[in-house]
Design a protein around this ligand. Structure first.
Ligand SMILES: [Zn+2]
Length: 145
């Protein structure tokens, strides 16, 4: 598999890592079929820099996470924004518990090209489904659906 496609696959799997079924702390199952979830492949875990905090070990505390601030907000309360940027409202990252390392990244570099292509198809479809569901939930929450 081409390097760029392989990297894309790694990202797809990470983004949808709740679809990986843990066996123990060392390995997990990945789905190998879109229609039949009995077709799975067992792969070991490998540690990686935490994708959620990007290796910072911290994240903004619950209520502030994902909020977008406008220019007006920033002008109204510049101190708050400054505090936030300097980490005053940070808590330990939930995914890595502050260790900066995410231990449960499925390791796929030993798989055959055929298996990687199969995983690519499955995870592309599953990722599309997820995006569709998220978009639907978003429009529903705004009463536009
Ligand atoms: Zn983290």
């Amino acid at each position: 598999m081409e390097r760029i496609k392989y990297e894309h696959l790694k990202n797809l799997i990470l983004r949808n890592r709740d679809l990986a079924e843990p066996i123990n702390d060392l390995a997990c199952y990945l789905p190998m079929s879109y229609d039949d979830d009995n077709i799975i492949i067992k792969v070991p875990y490998e540690p990686m820099v935490c994708p959620d905090c990007e290796g910072k070990g911290t994240e903004l505390q619950g209520g502030l996470k994902g909020l977008a601030f406008t220019q007006t907000d920033i002008e109204l309360d510049p101190e708050f924004i400054q505090d936030m940027c300097s980490g005053r409202y940070d808590v330990a990252c939930k995914s890595c518990k502050g260790s900066k390392i995410f231990k449960y990244s499925p390791k796929i570099d030993h798989l055959t090209d055929e298996a990687l292509e199969e995983l690519f198809l499955v995870f592309t479809k599953l990722d599309d489904d997820r995006r569709d569901a998220e978009a639907e939930a978003y429009y529903e929450s705004r009463g536009e659906y």
